[in-house]
Design a protein around this ligand. Sequence first.
Ligand code: ATP
Ligand code: MG
Length: 387
Amino acid sequence: MNRVFLCHYSEVGLKKGNRTYFERILETNMRKSLQRAFPQEKFSVKKELKRFLISFDLDVPVEKVKAALESVFGLENFSPVLSVPLQIDQIEEAALYLMKSRPERTFAVRAKRSDKLFPMNSQEINVRIGAKIVEETGKKVDLTDPEITCHIELMRDAALVFVDRFKGPGGLPVSSSGKVLVLLSGGFDSAVAAYFALKRGAKCTFIHFHSYPYTNKFSQEKVIDLARILNRFQFNSSLFMVPFAETQEEIVLNSPEKFRVILYRRFMMRIAERLAKKEGLKAIVTGESLGQVASQTLENMAAIEQVTTMPILRPLIGLDKNEIIAIARKIGTYETSAKPHDDACTRFMPKHPETRAKLPQILEVEQRLDVEKLVEETMNKMEIVEI
Ligand code: ATP
Ligand code: MG
């Protein structure tokens, strides 16, 4: 029974006027994800009455389909199903076939008629199939808390019978919300922040600032690996690698130690904004979480974002570090983020960074730098890695 899969979407179904827009993107993303997992197999994806039906020409491993669909945001749940003609004895046979192989002792039957033309109503179907299952398997009916549920969905030209329902990742289809630029550092937080942006339908482009040759190539490899892992949720990614050492040297030479991190970050933001505008990206995403480290106090965040007019999204603002780590484990970025690396900002890190930056002071210090020239030169040295 591993040929046909029924998929339900979640929030997409609530969109009234725009529903077809979201459905179209979701369908494209499902196709791409399945194509990636099954480059050889033939399959079709069809929309029917707020559902999608995937049909493979041949049987496929459920686990592999599961892995492919679990990364498609917008899906609420999905099930391997038996698709049979709209006849009660065929439905009954399919239900028995599925239930006989299952160890659970209590069950319920839940029929749903999307197409009301079928001669029996849902309750009549439940009663008839339920009685047959009791008779043939000895299982007991429990309508309040069944161990297993036999679902029957009556479509226009087939009945779908199934017992397994796997949870989808929820959210909105990637690309339905537009495009954003994620500041990806190599640590735990920014990768998780990217995951949340993807989950809400934002297609992500990545930017990473490195201090090569002061930091090693390994740190860059690590960021490329993270972008690859995140690419599971979209289908191609661009990662911009920005050589940042020269700008940092200028800052170190010309400004008091305690302001360094804020100044680095102001340059990162300027460069990020310029790239975002060039690439048509509508917001900047960071892994900041309020108060987590010195640069993430309200005063410092304000001093940093003062250089840009772009919306800055901080999906982790309300999360504790241990919650962030738990999500990193779930989405598969933990091991890579945990590897040692040299951060562009720990390099030249001051011993006592300013925690409550005063903007006039920062502006005064920054005047000693040729901001435009540094930004322009750095923009020209950026390299792009396509994933
Ligand atoms: P992370 O775990 O993502 O590195 P963090 O807890 O180390 O975050 P900071 O070092 O203060 O916090 O960085 C805050 C945010 O700034 C990061 O989440 C990331 O979005 C961005 N950022 C920091 N350093 C870099 C970098 N070298 N390249 C790109 N973005 C960076
Ligand atoms: Mg960091």
